[in-house]
Design a protein around this ligand. Structure first.
Ligand code: CO
Length: 176
């Protein structure tokens, strides 16, 4: 098994989080190392999902795990959300790129995804509930769409200071 790459998290408002990610072209050892590294970063950060832009890569790669059990790891390469349906549900979401920020986000209950696995085999599946929620959140990252864009004005106000702190921290790190 190829060795996992070591990744740090890209925190809001790092510009890479706003880029539209491009398709993975090669299903090679490098991709396997990236995916292993993303899974490791997700686990170490106690996350349930991670998109490649969150580790600084403009590529269409998602990893997720709704339970924390290793056998429940899901990797989606070049995913397409072919359908979103069902009742719209409001649920609190967090994001590893927005530490300590939570907001109620409304999304359709179900989604259908077509993607490729790490070897390049096509996969497709229908998801509902928590997994569907994670997939829709992570898919947003591939389009440069972030938690802050989907927040209600009330949640934006509630998280105003935390958001400002992130922006200040980013500016301070950049200025060093
Ligand atoms: Co996120």
């Amino acid at each position: 098994m190829p060795e996992a790459l070591q990744f740090d998290l890209a925190l809001y408002p790092q510009p890479v989080l706003r880029k539209v990610a491009g398709p993975v072209e090669a299903f090679d050892d490098e991709l396997a190392r990236i995916v292993e590294g993303m899974l490791a970063r997700m686990r170490e950060s106690n996350g349930v999902g991670l998109a490649a832009p969150q580790v600084g890569l403009k590529q269409r790669i998602l990893v997720l795990n709704p339970t924390g059990e290793p056998e429940d790891d899901i990797t989606l390469i070049n995913p397409t959300l072919v359908e979103k349906n069902g009742p719209r549900v409001k649920l609190e979401e967090g994001c590893l790129s927005f530490p300590e920020i939570y907001a109620e986000i409304e999304r359709p209950e179900r989604c259908k995804v077509e993607a490729f696995d790490i070897q390049g085999n096509p996969i497709s599946g229908g998801y509902e509930g928590f997994v569907s929620r994670i997939i829709q959140h992570e898919y947003d990252h591939l389009e440069g769409v972030l938690l802050v864009d989907r927040m209600s004005p009330a949640d934006k106000l509630k998280n105003k200071l935390a958001l400002e702190d992130l922006i200040e921290a980013y500016k301070a790190a950049k200025g060093r």
